[in-house]
Design a protein around this ligand. Structure first.
Ligand SMILES: Cc1ncc(COP(=O)(O)O)c(C=O)c1O
Length: 339
């Protein structure tokens, strides 16, 4: 793909919110070990429409409108940022949203704000028991064929919004960071909260398709919240295979990309206390599943000297905390279960 083609594709999105998002120095993280840590505050991209996933979804929704899609289908936990955002964007752009949610013993029949927001935006919510959840692909296919029979057109938005056109949102994010620094990327490391691996993949991709000075391309560190490193790398390779036909046959995962999977067992019982500490120390109320763990990982990397002193580090703050009630509930129930 030529630079002109890429630039044209990067224009094809629905409005994104408040961009560029702020880049701010985090003095207290920096002070842990002689590095300079900046925060890319994607949690401030909008009000409820917050977070880095908005970047991917702004391209997915644009394409859906172009293709005459009437119904969006997506999946996640009741606390899923993606499900909330798809519901809100569906309502805003005249599409019906169906969310397939994993039924969780933790929540009982109480609804956290996240679920309430989905419902307020007209999302059709279906809870899946654990065995149905494992087969959610089939449920989604059945739903798609029901929409088709009723004369509509459905689009399935996969977990993490991986592949194209979602990856364009992250390529655009890298352009934004480079523009904020007057045309160059000053970071040696970018730290990214990682679930499906879609954001990490797209950052690695962006470093190849954008015309960056090779001497300034940063290392990318994904802090995994669930999957182990080999599983995530495999998933990232699959995403590369998906985009190669469109973006370029030579594209592949680079060795700049690494994964820290030491945080996947970080249980809910400690989440609330650590959230409290992070609010007090850094003045940041991060997404408790994703960003919180990336902050903890970064603290450890800095204080243990794993990051070379005086290196510049960017932490991508991919989302704000929208699930305090669920976080508290989980912490309490986990404590009770272990007493
Ligand atoms: C706030 C936040 N951070 C990080 C992630 C993980 O991103 P990815 O699935 O692209 O690895 C998500 C996923 O929904 C998220 O909501």
């Amino acid at each position: 793909m030529t630079a002109v083609d890429l630039a044209r594709r990067l224009d094809n999105r629905v409005p994104l919110g408040t961009v560029p998002t702020p880049l701010v120095r985090c003095e207290s993280l920096s002070a842990l070990g002689g590095v300079e840590v900046d925060l890319k505050r994607d949690d401030l991209i909008g009000d409820q429409l917050t977070g880095t996933k908005m970047r991917a979804l702004s391209y997915i929704v644009w394409q859906a409108k172009e293709d005459g899609v009437s119904d969006l289908i997506t999946i996640g936990e009741p606390t899923s940022n993606q499900c909330r955002l798809v519901s809100m964007l569906g309502a805003r752009h005249g599409m019906t949203t169906h969310v397939l949610l994993r039924k969780s013993a933790c929540y009982g029949d109480q609804e956290d704000d996240n679920l309430t927001i989905m419902r307020m935006h007209g999302a059709r919510v279906q809870f899946l028991e654990e065995d149905e959840w494992r087969l959610h692909g089939m449920t989604a296919k059945r739903l798609m064929s029901r929409v088709r029979k009723a004369g509509g057109k459905a689009l399935f938005v996969p977990f993490g919004c991986g592949g194209l056109p979602g990856a364009l949102g992250i390529i655009d994010l890298v352009r934004e960071i480079v523009a904020q620094h007057g045309g160059r990327c000053p970071y040696q490391h970018i730290v990214v909260p990682t679930g499906s691996g879609a954001t990490l993949f797209a950052l690695d991709l962006a470093m190849q398709v954008l015309d960056l000075d090779p001497d300034t391309v940063p290392m990318l560190l994904g802090v995994s919240v669930a999957r182990d490193a080999p599983g995530l790398l495999q998933q990232i390779d699959k995403l590369y295979a998906q985009v190669r036909p469109t973006l370029g046959a030579t594209l592949q995962r680079t060795d700049r990309l690494t994964i820290d999977d030491r945080w996947t067992d970080h249980g809910p019982a400690r989440q609330l206390e650590e959230l409290q500490r992070v609010v007090g120390t850094y003045g940041l109320l991060p997404d408790p599943l994703y960003v919180l763990r990336a902050v903890l990982a970064l603290e450890r990397l800095i204080s243990s000297g794993e990051l070379a002193s005086s290196s510049r580090v960017l932490l991508l703050v991919t989302g704000a905390c929208r699930t305090l009630h669920a976080t508290r509930q989980r912490a309490t129930e986990t404590r009770h279960a272990t007493q």
